[in-house]
Design a protein around this ligand. Structure first.
Ligand SMILES: [Zn+2]
Length: 247
């Protein structure tokens, strides 16, 4: 299991609490000299104002919380996935889309999370924009640091834009996730995953043509391997050659 470094968060106040810390600072100032000025306040971390359980993960950047609100993680632009919505399949699978979706599901599904809503309150799709905090960790930054999406640079990030941009830079430098290999999005080399047989196939192969399209989804070859899927024995040779050729 891969271990990811966590984005660290500064406690809002020390163990003393704000009042005691202020009194201590004042005492130190009096003690030190008249020229002592209070230090500028450290940037505040997102402070959750709402706590809610995640009941559904829609994709790598969107969850639904109890009560039915669709929440978009501020700053995170995750690769898309093809999904059923209102009885129709919409969107496209992009490299790392499935992996981002599964990762966010593992992290947040059925967990009670803290939300700090953003400004603007909603995006063009009507999703509620929020910072999501779990166990003191800002999940928005974690996803970017692990390479499960790009930083979208939206204004809702506000004072935390720099934190999110740094998290993305870290992923780019390490070639993680969507930045794998080249430090930019790699061209997709898709495999096709059919009915749940745990295998992925060459999309052009005869066996892949047997899957009804509504029962299959596309993943990049690397992503499929990361998800623990095995190549179909019939398609193995072709997929392996394509994978090598593209590297
Ligand atoms: Zn096959």
């Amino acid at each position: 299991m891969k271990s990811f470094s966590r984005v660290s968060f500064r406690p809002r106040s020390g163990p003393l609490g704000p009042a005691a810390a202020g009194a201590l600072r004042l005492a130190l100032c009096v003690f030190a000299a008249a020229s002592c000025r209070p230090a500028s306040p450290p940037p505040t971390d997102p402070v959750p104002s709402v706590f809610a359980r995640v009941i559904l993960v829609v994709d790598g950047e969107t969850v639904v919380v109890e009560g039915g609100e669709r929440v978009k993680l501020i700053g995170v632009d995750s690769p898309g996935i093809r999904r059923l919505a209102d009885g129709e399949y919409r969107g496209e699978d992009e490299p790392w889309g499935r992996d981002s979706f599964r990762h966010l599901s593992r992290l947040l599904l059925h967990r009670k999370v803290g939300l700090q809503y953003g400004d603007p309150a909603r995006d063009a799709e009507g999703r509620r924009l929020a910072f999501v905090v779990l166990d003191g960790e800002l999940i928005n930054a974690r996803l970017l640091e692990e390479g499960y999406g790009r930083y979208d640079g939206g204004s809702a990030a506000g004072a935390f834009g720099a934190t999110l941009a740094r998290a993305e830079s870290s992923a780019r430098e390490r070639g993680r996730g969507v930045w794998e290999g080249t430090g930019r999005f790699t061209p997709p080399r898709y495999g096709l995953v059919g009915p749940p047989d745990g295998k992925f196939h060459d999309p052009k192969a005869a066996c892949a043509a047997l899957f009804p399209s509504e029962d299959s989804f596309r993943v990049s070859v690397r992503e499929a391997r990361r998800m623990g899927l095995k190549p179909c024995p019939i398609c193995l040779k072709r997929l392996a050659l394509e994978d090598l050729a593209a590297d």
